[in-house]
Design a protein around this ligand. Structure first.
Ligand code: 48F
Length: 257
């Protein structure tokens, strides 16, 4: 046993992954259910994909279920995705299925990584890269502790053919496009319209339609898609997140072709 061998193994292996991630097909910001599902289908389709997540754990809002009752619900339409993931679910009334939040989060982490996507936790995206007018070309990364402590440390950058904003309610990458570039999003106002209060049926029915390329080089997925288009939130119904993630992956593959 040698502590230096252990340290070298970790450092070399991590740096190799990070160097690989500097030129990507798809860079996903946020490892919630939507971003992870998109990453899973992209990696499964042979697309070079990495996810950047600022928290310690991947899984976003899955772990807490509804108000810390660690169960999630999906509607009929998304049950096939739970089945494909091998996540057990029980039928409930109203066409809903209940599943363990912990099982979904952990399974999704494992499937995504096994499919070939790289997950970089503890890295926050603080900016976007622009290399041609009116197109998102990459991401600016920094360590979460640096951002949390507000330390004056310059970031590093990666290039990606497509970026997916999977940052949830805050739709942070879309805000960067409008705020820092004055970019016009493909919404009625050209801006982030902002999430509406909870209305489950409307939120779930709108999310697939809202999952789009919102700006050249930038796709929105999950709760970020509803927030950008001014659709309602849906609380702990996660079917829309899975369906949106699958749709974002399909869209990204079409755009890459
Ligand atoms: O919030 P989150 O789970 O988004 P989602 O995949 O799913 C939404 C549901 O959890 C729930 C809901 C639906 O039923 O309403 O809220 O759309 O995951 C977003 C992830 O993005 C990370 C954040 O820590 C979270 O894990 N994130 C946000 N901004 C950044 C980021 C950033 N700038 N850099 C890196 N990670």
């Amino acid at each position: 046993m040698d502590e230096v061998i252990v340290s070298r193994a970790i450092t070399e292996s991590y740096i190799k992954d990070l160097l690989e991630a500097m030129e990507l097909d798809v860079a996903i910001v946020g490892a919630g259910p939507a971003g992870m599902t998109a990453a899973y289908y992209l990696a499964k389709g042979g697309i070079k994909t990495s996810i950047f997540e600022r928290k310690l754990s991947a899984g976003g809002g899955i772990w807490g279920g509804g108000m810390m009752f660690n169960k999630i619900v999906v509607q009929d339409a998304a049950k096939e995705i739970l089945d494909e993931f091998g996540v057990a679910s029980t039928a409930y009334e109203g066409g809903y299925y209940v599943a363990s939040a912990v099982e979904l989060a952990s399974t999704l982490c494992s499937l995504t990584i096994r499919a070939g996507a790289k997950v970089f936790n503890l890295i926050g995206i603080e900016d976007i890269v622009i290399r041609e007018a009116d197109k998102v070309s990459g991401l600016v990364l920094n360590w979460s502790p640096v951002l949390l402590a507000n330390l004056h440390v310059d970031p590093l950058a990666i290039r990606s053919r497509l970026v997916i904003d999977a940052t949830g309610h805050d739709c942070e990458i879309c805000h960067m496009v409008t705020r820092k570039m004055g970019g016009k999003l493909r919404t009625a106002t050209g801006d982030v319209i902002g999430e509406k209060p909870m209305w489950v049926e409307v939120a779930e029915s709108k999310i697939a339609e809202n999952t789009r390329e919102i700006y050249p080089g930038l796709i929105i997925v999950g709760m970020a898609a509803n927030a950008v288009f001014g659709s309602p939130r849906m609380g702990p119904v996660f079917g829309g997140m899975l369906l949106s993630g699958r749709k974002a992956a399909k869209l990204a593959m079409e755009l890459l072709r």
